[in-house]
Write a protein that binds this ligand. Structure first.
Ligand code: ZN
Length: 130
């Protein structure tokens, strides 16, 4: 592993801010969508989140495949995993090969878990499975 290619502190801070901003945006978006719904499953989720600020409920809800919010919740989960990696120091390393992910890639997609090469391999595997 080449430390020189890792993120600088300033780059890490920039990406962390971008992730936090995206997290706020997605949460606001999900909350706004839930407010206009009367599907009992969504009302239950909304009440639970308003009572406890429990976004783990949102993860459970994502599994139920509610089309309206499932895409937002999936992205939110990615963003939150990325923030967890910032907190534990593993952020910016490819989940597959362990090499640093180039800053340009992270700037375009801060929640990226893999370098471009590993991401392409993963997508090829997923396509082959279908
Ligand atoms: Zn990789």
């Amino acid at each position: 592993m080449n430390a020189a290619r890792s993120l600088t502190t300033a780059q890490r801070t920039t990406l962390e801010s971008a992730l936090q901003a995206r997290q706020r945006e997605l949460r606001a978006d999900v909350a706004a969508k839930l407010k206009t719904q009367d599907d009992p499953r969504l009302v239950g989720l909304r009440n639970r989140m308003e009572d406890t600020d429990d976004w783990a409920a949102a993860d459970a809800m994502a599994a139920q495949d509610i089309a309206l919010v499932s895409r937002d919740l999936a992205e939110l989960a990615n963003v939150e995993q990325a923030l967890a990696r910032v907190a534990d120091g593993s952020y910016g390393d490819c989940a597959d090969c362990g090499n640093p992910i180039p800053y340009e890639r992270l700037a375009a997609y801060p929640a990226a878990r893999r370098c471009v090469a590993c991401q392409e391999k993963t997508e090829q595997r997923e396509r082959a499975r279908k």
